[in-house]
Write a protein that binds this ligand. Structure first.
Ligand SMILES: [Zn+2]
Length: 446
């Protein structure tokens, strides 16, 4: 094969990291007066607010500012629970998985850290000062005069509103558990497994950062990791840093190589006419995908599939225009090609083209595709992402052979109402759907 999309991607990101390293190494103040600060950075610190006593609260971005998915890690919010800061320090040297970036807040309570106290300099427990379920509390858990009364919690809430981290981890001590939150349980379990901590629920607490985040951004996940007492061993630091990285990898968007087939005005018009004939819809656009249909190509490689879909010729089976196509084709090595925008209808499944995204797999049988680890992993990730982006539940991820039992199946041409193909019948799809459900929730991968 002369075409290797992976190499291109690796080379490009290596160049970006090189550039970023160069820009972050620049001496502050060495740029001419009035010149903008260096833009992108593999790691750059931003002051997101100041404490009661004026200490800066810094957030550092590790990875590309354009990464679709951001993971926020907060090393410490109670000044007498500092162990997580070592994990954050370790993460500064990490390369986050493709498509993700880490926002690292070493210390959300620098005055408390300086004083070795749980609270900030006003004597407020910042993790009782967030707006969700806020209650007036005194003593150790003093919650302040009102929600977000404190500059530190105000800064963190504003930062989270702006950056919308998909996943947030707040380190505390010293219960040695991952605290069950209201986000995606798969992600909490993954962290627990990788870190060696048990996952346990605690009684709900008023005004915590994680409960506010879960209420404010329901598709995102925020949870507390309670580290053991005392400083972490270096093995412990490494283990928790790896657990964060595993989380990032679990929600990283799959790599999609764009390989558009020609879909000009003529083909759009042919699609519009097809939709009118078969569905009574005067449109070629896929307005609201509700179904994802899995297929296999009955070929051994991608090239003939692309050529066949690119040729806008009447199909041999029904003799209609436009030619058949699918939105995505997944090759044997796991490379995902996108051939058609998901905003346009493709002809891939009789009865469902008006509302279904089509995914083809290069292969000759269900068993072959399901038995190919890389191809199946890519397929599951792509499908999960599409589920998340379009709000499609798993029971509407179907095989071509299941088209007639979809509640969205409709066909105006009577002799086509029972038409189907042999690819991906129910038993194969039951395996596929079970595997799909093991991935993070669709919202985590949107
Ligand atoms: Zn098919």
């Amino acid at each position: 094969m002369t075409f290797d999309p992976t190499l291109g991607g690796v080379f490009l990101s290596a160049v970006l990291v090189g550039l970023a390293a160069a820009s972050s190494a620049a001496v502050p103040g060495s740029s001419p007066a009035g010149a903008p600060a260096p833009a992108a950075g593999a790691e750059r610190a931003t002051v997101i607010g100041r404490s009661v006593q004026g200490r800066p609260i810094r957030a550092r971005l590790v990875g590309s500012p354009r990464a679709r998915v951001k993971i926020l890690v907060v090393g410490s919010v109670h000044g007498n629970e500092p162990a997580g800061r070592a994990v954050v320090a370790r993460l500064r040297r990490t390369a986050p998985p493709r498509g993700t970036a880490l926002w690292l807040v070493d210390d959300a309570n620098p005055d408390g850290s300086a004083a070795g106290s749980r609270q900030n300099a006003h004597g407020v427990d910042l993790n009782r000062n967030f707006p969700f379920g806020w209650k007036p509390l005194d003593g150790t858990y003093e919650s302040g005069p009102g929600p977000l009364s404190e500059p530190e919690s105000h800064a963190m809430a504003g930062f989270i509103e702006r950056e919308r981290p998909r996943v947030t981890i707040w380190y505390h001590q010293a219960l040695r558990i991952v605290v069950t939150g209201r986000g995606d349980p798969t992600l909490e379990r993954l962290y627990a497994r990788r870190s060696g901590l048990l996952r346990r629920a605690l009684d709900p607490l008023p005004g915590t950062a994680t409960s506010w985040q879960s209420d404010r951004f329901p598709g995102d996940t925020a949870f507390v990791v309670e580290l053991p007492g005392g400083p972490l061993s270096s093995a412990g630091v490494a283990r928790h840093a790896r657990a964060v990285r595993a989380l990032a990898a679990a929600v990283a968007p799959p790599r999609v190589v764009q390989r558009p087939i020609p879909f000009g005005e003529q083909r759009e018009e042919e699609m519009r006419r097809y939709a009118r004939r078969h569905y009574g819809i005067d449109d070629y656009r896929l307005r609201h995908p509700r179904v994802i249909v899995q297929h296999y190509t009955v070929t051994d490689s991608f090239a003939p599939v692309f050529n066949y879909f690119a040729t806008d010729a009447p199909d041999p089976e029904l003799g209609e225009l436009p030619g058949v196509c699918a939105h995505y084709v997944i090759d044997r090595d796991g490379t995902i090609y996108q051939l058609v925008s998901t905003r346009i209808m493709c002809r891939h499944t009789v009865g469902l083209n008006w509302t279904a995204i089509g995914i083809e797999h290069v292969g000759r049988s269900d068993a072959q595709v399901l038995g190919n680890r890389r191809q199946l992993a890519a397929s599951l990730r792509l499908t999960r992402m599409l589920q998340g982006r379009h709000g499609i539940p798993t029971h509407h991820v179907i095989g071509h052979n299941e088209n007639r039992s979809s509640r969205f199946h409709r066909e105006r041409v009577p002799h086509l109402r029972t038409q189907t193909h042999a690819d991906f019948p129910r038993p194969a799809m039951n395996v596929y759907r079970r595997r799909l459900e093991r991935l993070p929730a669709p919202e985590s991968m949107r």
